[in-house]
Design a protein around this ligand. Structure first.
Ligand code: AMP
Length: 122
């Protein structure tokens, strides 16, 4: 099982950032990379990741510098506008084992393109 509490440069998203494995880029700037989820849960399902290495939102929000956090947060609405999510959307960040996190590089799921159902299934 992957240790999702420790950052490991071998994780899939780190490899995507290094262009070692392909991804469908939606947006990129100095701080952020956004790409299509390989297994979309809605018509639009984009993953937004910081270029710096943080395991999860928990690490990101406690350890990243203010400009990095600001730039990341700003990118969300920018990307949502770019892909025309004008009726709304949902962002999700899974954290740790109980949160269902699979990839230990902080990411936000930006999901939309239809009326979404319940946030959590029992
Ligand atoms: P999480 O469970 O929050 O860690 O989400 C990991 C997400 O990464 C899942 O929605 C996967 O479908 C997605 N994913 C895994 N591998 C890739 C990949 N190579 N390219 C794009 N998305 C991926």
């Amino acid at each position: 099982m992957i240790d999702i509490k420790k950052y490991n440069q071998d994780n899939i998203f780190s490899k995507i950032l290094k262009k070692e494995i392909p991804s469908k880029c939606i947006f990129e700037d100095e701080f952020v990379y956004a790409f299509e989820d390989i297994n979309p849960q809605a018509p639009i399902h984009i993953l937004i990741i910081p270029k710096k290495s943080f395991c999860s939102l928990d690490d990101f929000s406690s350890q990243a510098d203010e400009l990095t956090i600001f730039s990341f947060m700003r990118s969300i609405s920018r990307i949502a506008k770019m892909v025309n999510l004008k009726n709304g959307y949902r962002i999700i960040s899974n954290i740790g084992f109980d949160g269902g996190q699979e990839v230990p590089h902080f990411h936000i799921h930006l999901i939309g393109g239809k009326k979404l159902g319940a946030i959590v299934s029992k």
